[in-house]
Ligand binder design. Structure first.
Ligand SMILES: Cc1cc2nc3c(=O)[nH]c(=O)nc-3n(C[C@H](O)[C@H](O)[C@H](O)COP(=O)(O)O)c2cc1C
Length: 305
């Protein structure tokens, strides 16, 4: 069998493995402040901070990254609690420091590594994969690595399926040739007033959660999400004119956006439940389709009983 695709490691995680609640130690790994030496500056960053600084990186140095960092990406993946724990996923990392695996197609990005995520073919598989990749992309920033989702290209060497798992997304990643980060106000994003309606005066943490969601990357920067905040509930809608975009990439983008909500909530000591509320789903909106609601609670409630 011709296997040009040779992942450094391939990790699987099904409903029974890795989806369990994180231990305190694992949380420490996720939130641990990692020291980065870059241009003689020191960055201390966690995932939440990375939300404000991340940008797509499309130009890479072909220098290999320390194997330890690749291993850390794998370990981090294993600790992510999926959005839908019943959906099994796998990731692989293809090393390409010799440039042989260049992605084909108009938007091919030459990168020293490609991360591929495979999933069981289930309802919401793309959203679940987006939720995982959103966190991987932020984690890479904390390691000093840039990344870019590649939705439109195909790669000759990447199998479209691995057993019953289908390829959902490829992420190019590695050490960036140019800047790794930008300031949040440099991100091309719609202003909050166009994305969100607050039915009443929001508490501060709610505006922080919405800001994290607003900064999420999306397919062609389409930002298909709209939010209606009622008290501690965020009702999340998808703009119908975003529907001309491939459905799977809209779903994937929603997953990435939910990962920003999850990371912000973790940082702000909030608990979030994502649920579909029948009373909202039955409402008819002309331009927006209901997706899910996030019910946000403060973790400190009742903490010192
Ligand atoms: C589902 C999805 C697919 C994407 N596909 C591509 C792609 O094929 N090529 C590319 O250069 N960027 C791609 N992107 C990156 C987006 O264009 C980018 O995230 C968006 O323009 C926002 O820019 P930023 O990531 O720098 O904030 C994709 C992003 C997502 C979420």
């Amino acid at each position: 069998m011709h296997v040009a695709y040779a992942p450094k490691f391939l990790l699987s995680r099904g409903p029974d493995g890795g989806a369990a609640d994180l231990t305190d130690n694992e949380k420490m790994v996720i939130l641990k402040k990692i020291t980065l030496e870059s241009k003689k500056e020191r960055y201390y960053m966690n995932l939440y901070e990375a939300i404000f600084l991340r940008q797509s990186v499309r130009q890479f140095s072909m220098t290999p990254v320390a194997p330890e960092l690749l291993q850390r990406i794998g370990t981090f993946y294993e600790q992510i609690r999926p959005l839908f724990p019943g959906i099994s996923t796998e990731i692989g990392i293809t090393e390409n420091v010799d440039g042989k695996h260049r992605l084909q197609g108009l938007f091919g990005i030459r990168a020293p590594y490609y991360l591929t995520i495979y999933s069981e073919e289930r309802d919401r598989a793309e959203m679940n994969a987006g939720y995982i990749c959103g966190q991987l992309s932020l984690y890479m920033v904390t390691l000093g690595l840039g990344s870019c989702y590649i939705g439109v290209s195909w790669q000759r060497d990447m199998p479209l399926a691995r057993g019953s798992m289908k390829l959902i997304m490829t992420m190019a990643f590695g050490l960036p040739k140019g800047p790794l980060m930008r300031r949040a106000n440099e991100a091309r994003r719609l202003p909050v007033r166009e994305l969100c309606v607050y039915k009443d005066e929001p508490v501060r943490w709610m505006t922080q959660v919405i800001e994290a969601a607003r900064l999420a990357p999306s397919y062609k920067n389409s930002q298909p999400w709209r939010f209606v905040v009622v008290g501690r509930r965020i009702h999340i809608f998808s703009k119908k004119d975003g529907m001309d975009k491939p459905r799977k990439w809209v779903e994937f983008s929603f997953g990435v956006m939910f990962s920003h909500i999850a990371v912000a909530s973790e940082e702000l000591w909030l608990e979030v439940d994502l649920i579909r509320l029948e009373n909202v789903s039955q409402k008819n909106f002309k331009n927006n389709q209901y997706v899910l609601s996030a019910i946000v609670r403060e973790q400190t409630e009742g903490a010192f009983k």
